[in-house]
Design a protein around this ligand. Sequence first.
Ligand code: 3HC
Length: 680
Amino acid sequence: MAAINSVVDLSKDGEIAVVTVNSPPVNALSADVRDGLAGAFAAIAADSAVKAAVLVCAGRTFIAGADISEFGKPPRGAPLPAVQDAMEGAPVPVVAAVHGTALGGGLEVALCAHYRVSDAKARFGLPEVKLGLLPGAGGTQRLPRIVGAKKATEMVTSGAQMGAKDALATGLVDEVVDGDLTAGAIAFARRVVAEKRPLKKVRDDASKLGGDAASLAPFFAEFRAKNAKAFKGFDAPEANIKCIEAAVALPFEEGLKVERAEFMKLMTGLQSAAQRHVFFAERAAAKIDGLPADVQPLPVKKVGVIGAGTMGGGISMNFLSVGIPVTIVEQKQEALDRGVAIIRKNYQNSADKGRFPQSEVEARMGRLTPSLSLEDLADCDLIIEAVFENMAIKKDIFGKLDKIAKPGAILASNTSYLDVDEIASATTRPEYVLGMHYFSPANVMRLLEVVRGARTDPQVLATAMAVGKQTGKIAVVAGVCHGFIGNRMLARRQQQANALLLEGAAPADIDRVLTDFGFPMGPFQMSDLAGLDIGWNAETSNGETVRDRLCEAGLRGQKNGKGFYLYDENRNRTPNPEALAIIDAYAAEKGINRRTIDDQEILERCLFPMVNEGARILSEGKAQRASDIDIVWINGYGWPVYRGGPMFWAEHDVGRARITQVLEKMGEEVSPVLKDGWKA
Ligand code: 3HC
């Protein structure tokens, strides 16, 4: 085998040339890979003994896309279109052999081969939209010429992948190979040569587009309308649709020009920079600073959950769904039955929607053991407490668990605010105690804050992070402080939202400013949804706060149809005049001078103090890195992904100087980390 360079080899099997890309971990199209491919196809073109070529990848996957880490840097190496032209224009048939995932630029390269084969597990997709981009190497023009404009529109706007079976049915691959992929691809190439099959170029065949501009216009209009809500705020989906429209309306080369122009717009924009940041931030979050390399997670084969309420039930589902048995403990039979019934109902709903077969509902429920006794948790490897947010109760439970749990079992609390070190002090094994803070609904929300106590053992921390990953969560390490990363910052937003309310902003205005920014709901919609009376006590309520007065007047939020808003039977909301009057009266009584507050002030006062708190969290070492804070806010609180998270937004959109200036005007103490900046 001759090395073209460090990542691409060229060898021959008789008259068939075999080009192998070997660039771990995912064979991304780095400058070296592009240079290697350009060199290999130049050599193939110059070798008259070669009758066909196979392109295959070593390692876990076919090319998984362009090398995202090169984006935004000065160009280097052979341009991707030149590599594609060399393949598509090769004098002999080129066969791409796909295993793993052919994604983005990887699929776009495969689409320049004359034929494609794959193994049975291969998957194909153009996920650029998830990075705020579109396929910029001909994907929007070639894919619809194989799978049709409709399917291509769905794929490029969602990033959804297609399996080998569907790929074969649509003609995206010509053959699914059993056994060794390279050998199968070489055999396929030999047949192509023997049968003198043509050098099929995807670009030349418009017969499968599925219509022309006029006949497909209603489809595109309907597609846009149907997805308006999902696409709201994002630039990339619309740009992707425009390119598929161009594929339908224009000759190939013209369509390619549209694609290039739209791609460059997105690539140089802030949204894609933000979404690329999030891609790497998600992966960085999994890394624990300072963890010795030889630390391996402990095995977690059985889990205990204490509390069968909304949180406990949701937490249990995470484990049941991936095959890990759970013992769930409640104090009263009735509460236990109710909790178990809700878990079953949730699974049943998913089965009814066709997400998995009925047998799967039974299999998952079969892994659940309901119990009324903590003693039944004696053989669990991990026990997660999810009871009422009260230190005394939690300490009592941890004291009991200390006596019951087997040596080496991890004891976790799902507390959202409380001091994990104090909880740990109720045990004789604080090194096995940590926080695992889930977000509601815990079976759906991806965020998991893993709270590292002062004495938590690194292996225990690594285990909680690994368990998070295994159950499909994005786990982020947080230090012990009130509210950890997410809720600690949220408190600052809520504080300002409440102040703005008294100074003259209407709840609906504050909510609108934040939803226009991209949050799924504003703070007062959130309060109404959670229930205004959460944590409120009718006996001790004395009208001291606006919340007291709203609750005293019988306003409870969505649950009784009236809160900051009034709700009709379809949950449509309109501002509640009664709530507004209560706020007015309260402000008057306190002598607050009410005024008109503009949208910019609302936005800045709600979000800038949060960024300041994020900077403090960093300076105190309660978050490992700024990007972890972004991940918490995107996955736990609905911060719009196209704005990259609060710390990215502060650094790259608004600018730290502006934030500092406004905070100083507000009389806030500005964190030195916010003034001086943080490590990216
Ligand atoms: N560029 C650079 N690095 C990449 C990469 C890429 N396209 N894809 C993955 N990586 C890196 C990851 O950052 C990670 O690095 P780390 O180990 O240092 O954290 C490592 O490869 C492994 O990635 P994962 O942890 O994600 O591994 P998985 O096995 O879970 O997933 C995958 C593999 C499905 C390929 C997943 O990594 C993925 O979805 N990658 C992105 C694919 C993509 O978006 N491709 C399109 C790129 S844009 C493009 O092609 C533009 C073109 O149209 C011009």
